[in-house]
Design a binder for this molecule. Structure first.
Ligand code: GUN
Length: 282
């Protein structure tokens, strides 16, 4: 039997609907959440992401500023802009699009963003709060993954969740959030031996390894929830996830497609974080 497809686009629209309602209520009190996005250079994928963030702000009624800076921008000038945005009262969320050009130290830039405006959840203080379990701004893609699992109605507590990938942006934070939901978590990565033996035990499998169609049906326990965080551009220009969707959906439980699964959730969670940051700052 073919598995149910988790429709990230639809879930994302539902969440955006409630955000829109709340922003309309706040607007009547003369208040607007504000997001600043900073893009340095002309990376084509980054340009698309930034445009989509700008559109989401317009669509939901947020105030937004997009700062498009040349690739030659110095670190000093970028830090000066971040400092200005940190102090700007109509800005509640700051996102510096990554990757940055090679001459700029990403860590210094992330560290410079005010903790309470770090809507990416990348600042070390927010990462530390995530580890401790304190209330923090959660990184957007991992938060989107958890939201999609919740919407399947499948309980995470007591389940064995396996995460493939250990990046700072997805693998590590997702594993912490799954633990917070009381799952028993195992992490696998490119150096893991006998990976299939581990993934075949997973009730919930989250894949973020960055290799097209890496996980096929032989990795998956029948009925397992499969969340594919991969976004790989193939030579033919098509987008592929880290999961071989066609084969895996024949054995898995609920599964996310690519595109239309985790992808649409990331910007929606960014919008949710910006509203949360705005309410906390106001
Ligand atoms: N580049 C790719 N994904 C992201 C993200 O989630 N945040 C930022 N700041 N840059 C990115």
């Amino acid at each position: 039997m073919t598995a149910p497809i988790i429709n990230g686009k639809q879930v994302s629209e539902e969440i955006r609907g409630s955000l829109r309602g709340e922003v309309e209520r706040l607007a009547k009190q003369g208040f607007k959440p504000g997001l600043a996005v900073v893009l340095v250079g002309e990376d084509p994928a980054s340009q698309v992401y930034v445009r989509n963030k700008e559109k989401a702000c317009q669509d939901l009624g947020y105030y937004s500023e997009v700062h498009r800076l040349p690739a030659s921008t110095s670190q000093e000038d970028l830090l000066a802009l971040v400092d200005k945005l940190n102090r700007q009262e109509n800005i509640h969320g700051i996102l510096v699009q990554l990757p940055l050009p090679g001459h700029i130290d990403e860590k210094s830039v992330i560290d410079a963003i005010a903790v309470e405006k770090d809507v990416d959840g990348f600042h070390p203080v927010n990462v530390g709060n995530l580890v401790i379990g304190d209330d923090s701004l959660l990184p957007c893609t991992p938060a989107g993954v958890i939201e999609l699992i919740k919407r399947t109605g499948i309980e995470m507590a007591g389940k064995h969740a396996v995460v493939i990938g250990r990046s700072n942006i997805v693998g590590k934070p997702v594993s912490l959030l799954l633990q917070r939901e009381h799952a028993t978590v195992t992490m696998c990565h490119s150096k893991t031996a006998n990976m299939k033996e581990i993934t075949k035990q997973a009730d919930i499998l989250v894949v973020a390894i960055g290799r097209a169609n890496f996980v096929d049906a032989s990795y998956v326990k029948p009925g397992a929830v499969v969340i594919d965080v991969g976004m790989n551009r193939l030579d033919n220009g098509k987008l592929a996830g880290d999961v071989d969707f066609e084969s895996v959906k024949e054995v898995s439980g609920p599964i996310t497609p690519v595109p239309g699964g985790v992808g649409p959730m990331t910007i929606t969670m960014l919008m949710q974080n910006t509203l949360l940051a705005a309410k906390r700052l106001n």
